[in-house]
Design a protein around this ligand. Sequence first.
Ligand SMILES: [Zn+2]
Length: 108
Amino acid sequence: MKERSRNPATKKIARERIEVLFDQARLAFCAHPERSNRYVEIARRIAMRQRIRIDRVFRRQYCHHCYSFLAPGKNMRVRVHRGNVVVTCHSCNKKTRFRVVRPYVQST
Ligand SMILES: [Zn+2]
């Protein structure tokens, strides 16, 4: 296996690639949903290899159980349950919950 690059610029490049892949996944979803899933797979692999986190905006665009790309109103359902966002994937019917952190509001 190839040794991982120690150059700090590679992480930046990896982030850019992940961004491009998610853009492409969104564009390809209407015509070729299977391609979107493949782009998510590649993006995850890049992130794992470079040991970087996928940005929050992108992390919410795929299913964390079956890793398929999620398009709002197409293959996912978004509900708010007890103040948390619950995303249901229509490919595997599993739910992913996101915590909604409420900003502290001072009562007057
Ligand atoms: Zn799923």
